[in-house]
Design a protein around this ligand. Structure first.
Ligand code: C2E
Ligand code: CA
Ligand code: CA
Length: 721
């Protein structure tokens, strides 16, 4: 139908019909949800009128309710609620006031329903007070409200008992609501206390004042923050880490209401995480930066030095003889030593510098901001002095030295790896120069370092092909008769030529090649000695040098014995030469190894006597047979009074302790005679013989035996006369 016609009809209807008020009222009343009523103001609430809604409300028809004399609203009212409803209505009637009451009814088919009744006392046509009102079913609303209340209670329970902190806050940084967990986390006894006290999140909560701004920025950008981690203050000022998850809350009209979110205490995780990060970049034992962090610091330092024009120094530090302490006294003493050194190094450097540990006994310093070399040198001297301070390990006083190698930027390199390599090379030079000193890197050193690597490789090849040789230096008695020989390693490299033991033995000691090298030397020396002594009444003693490094390993004695058995040489023909360094670490262990040698039947000689560092007390305690007076005490003995005095004292000390005393490096007759007068038993040196190949010893022995035969022949001849 076209719209204008519709409008026309409605207008005509309104104007043409007369309003029948009582019919409209009837329709309204009977179509109303619930029941409109009038009842007597008596005990039973006898109904006089009810609207048709009564059927749906309680299952009784209007007819029944009004006409059945047995029916009363009192009976429909739930027995448990009756008294209360009577009371409410009774009071309202007495006061001539409206009332409103909620209660339960029982419907015709015995269902319980909730109703709300509103009414008031009115006088009827006869002037008696009756009640008129409206009763509506509210069972569903109540169920809804109840479930809402239950839900609310559930949520409140979660809110209040959550282990996470929960909050609602304003944009301006005030809390609207908080739960107990949040209060506890922040150091308050109750949420109310928290809300009252912590009114300024911007300034009071976050350690980093920009954190709140960042929170607001993220909120603005995406309406939420996720896993937002910050360090915050507790009420007492202590700090801890939290993670926040929050979002904006808007109402139905699109107005901002609040921020709402949760807070988790992540201190433990954070702590663990920081620990892991630290472990990745720091050395566990000392807490110093490790190699990874060192490289970072070096790169940073280099960039800075390049900008500023200052020097950057890299110092490679290696402790002297650490291995002996570590293997000798045990690892915990070694660890203790490393920690002490780490502290001392920390104390030497400035705030802009770095001390890192590379592992073992190796440290690296990165020195920044030096513009004169002299300040670097001063610092290096300070470092040597600090490390050299005595320290107590396992109840004994020790002193360690260190060898320092230095490389500088600019000059020696411009990347971390190169500078470290140069400093390392310089450190080896410091070791070579007698330890406990520092050396700067030079190109010359670089060349030597290359040599070192080449030498090591060449040694490995030589060991595989039995390329090491042995020369023997005779030891003579006071009548210049050969009583023994010292076996000395020799190496003739096809390209490098003769390489002296002073060069290759230290490399062998550092690279672990010393054991196979020693065994090769022993095999040759013992085989030769076995041959020389066949059928000899007075055997030739063969002396062999054992590096102190061998005393740190496990199976020196066993392997030594193996070679003896293999070559068939009697242990009585063998002398083992050791140096004092053997006693630097675990003395007891050293002694037990020496005793095992003794038990084998070999004799023991203390080599290089008079050059050592330590007290002479070991002479009394250790099972030594021989002391060898070092060449430095022999050279000059004939014309320098002091040298003569010291040598004399050393010899008489040895004699008094009933050791055999051998002088080495005897180069002239005057030395020989002086030493003999002082009581030396045996002599070794260029005067008597240089170290010579095995065949020359053969020749010497042959000569000796012809001399002997001649002597015997002469004696016989004499006897004939
Ligand atoms: P060392 O044990 O003190 O050996 C004595 C060194 O002094 C030898 O040097 C010998 O040639 C040298 N010498 C002997 N008499 C004289 C002399 O009158 N004047 C001078 N100026 N020198 C003399 P070499 O053979 O060069 O050995 C040097 C060092 O290398 C040895 O010192 C020893 O410590 C080590 N070495 C040599 N062979 C071995 C070996 O097989 N094993 C171990 N562990 N070390 C060895
Ligand atoms: Ca020796
Ligand atoms: Ca010696």
């Amino acid at each position: 139908m076209p719209p204008f016609r519709n409008r026309f009809r409605r207008n005509s209807l309104l104007s043409s019909e007369v309003l029948d008020r009582s019919r409209v009222l009837d329709t309204l009343v009977n179509n109303l949800d619930g029941m409109v009523y009038r009842c007597l103001n008596d005990e039973r609430w006898k109904m006089i009128f009810v609207s048709e809604g009564c059927l749906r409300l309680c299952g009784y028809s209007a007819e029944e309710m009004v006409n059945d004399p047995a029916f009363s609203w009192n009976a429909v009212t739930h027995p448990e609620d009756r008294q209360r409803v009577h009371q409410v209505i009774g009071m309202a009637v007495a006061a001539r006031q409206r009332f409103s009451v909620e209660y339960r009814i029982r419907t015709k088919n015995r269902e319980i329903r909730w109703v709300t009744e509103r009414g008031m006392p009115v006088p009827n046509e006869q002037g008696e007070w009756v009640i008129e009102g409206h009763i509506a079913d509210i069972t569903e609303q109540r169920a809804m409200i109840e479930s809402l209340a239950q839900a609310e209670q559930r949520f409140r329970h979660i809110f209040e008992n959550a282990s996470e902190g929960i909050f609602q806050s304003t944009r301006s940084g005030r809390y609207l609501a908080a739960n107990q967990s949040l209060a506890r986390m922040y150091g308050y006894t109750s949420p109310d206390e928290l809300i009252a006290d912590l009114s300024d999140l911007d300034r009071r909560l976050y350690v980093d004042p920009n954190r709140r701004n960042e929170f607001l920025r993220q909120m603005k950008a995406s309406g939420q923050v996720v896993n937002f981690e910050s360090e915050v203050y507790r009420r007492d000022g202590s700090r801890f880490w939290i993670s926040e998850n929050a979002h904006e809350v808007w109402d139905a009209q699109g107005h901002f209401v609040c921020y709402e979110g949760t807070v988790q205490d992540i201190s433990e995780r954070k702590h663990y995480q920081q620990q892991l990060e630290r472990q990745a970049s720091h050395d566990l034992l000392t807490g110093l930066p490790n190699r990874t962090l060192l490289n970072d610091r070096l790169a940073q330092g280099l960039a800075k030095a390049a900008r500023s024009g200052y020097y950057l120094g890299v110092v490679f530090i290696d402790l002297d003889n650490f291995k002996f302490i570590n293997d000798g006294l045990g690892h915990s003493a070694g660890d203790e030593l490393i920690k002490v050194v780490a502290d001392r190094l920390r104390g030497c450097i400035g705030p802009a510098d770095t001390v890192a540990r590379l592992g073992g006994d190796e440290f690296v310093l990165v020195l920044n901001d030096h513009y004169r070399l002299i300040t670097v040198i001063n610092l290096l001297e300070k470092v040597l002095k600090a490390i050299g301070q005595p320290l107590i390990l396992e109840g004994r006083e020790f002193q360690v030295g260190a060898s320092l190698g230095v490389s500088m930027f600019p000059g020696d390199g411009d990347d971390p790896a190169n500078l470290l390599k140069c400093a390392d090379i310089a450190m080896y030079e410091a070791k070579k120069r007698g330890r406990n000193n520092f050396q700067f890197f030079t190109q010359e050193l670089n060349r030597l370092a290359d040599d070192r690597l080449n030498l090591e490789a060449a040694m490995r090849v030589a060991l595989e092909h039995d390329g090491f040789d042995v020369h023997f230096q005779p030891k003579m008695d006071g009548r210049r008769r050969m009583v023994g020989v010292e076996a000395l390693a020799r190496w003739h490299h096809p390209l490098l030529g003769a390489v002296g033991p002073d060069r290759f033995v230290p490399i062998a000691e550092e690279t672990g090649l010393i054991m196979p090298l020693t065994m090769a030397i022993l095999r040759r020396a013992f085989t030769a000695a076995r041959r020389w002594n066949e059928g000899r009444a007075e055997p030739i003693q063969v002396a062999v040098n054992l590096s102190p490094v061998l005393f740190v390993g496990q199976d020196l004695v066993r392997r030594f014995t193996d070679v003896l058995e293999e070559t068939g040489l009697s242990p009585a023909c063998v002398e083992v030469e050791i140096t004092e360094t053997v006693f630097l670490g675990d003395k007891e262990r050293a002694v037990s190894i020496l005793e095992a040698f003794r038990a084998l039947g070999v004799s023991l000689a203390m080599d290089d006597f008079g050059t050592g560092y330590s007290s002479l007390s070991y002479l009394r305690h250790f099972p030594l047979d021989v002391i060898k007076i070092d060449r430095s005490l022999v050279t000059g003995v004939e014309n320098e009074e002091e040298v003569a005095m010291i040598a004399g004292a050393a010899i008489s000390l040895g004699k008094r302790l009933r050791k055999r005393v051998v002088a080495e490096g005897v180069e002239n007759q005057a030395q020989f005679e002086f030493l003999r007068e002082q009581g030396c038993d045996e002599f070794q040196g260029y005067l008597l013989s240089r170290p010579v190949p095995e065949a020359e010893i053969d020749a010497l022995l042959a000569l000796e035996s012809t001399e002997l035969t001649n002597l015997v022949r002469n004696q016989r001849r004499l006897a004939l006369f």
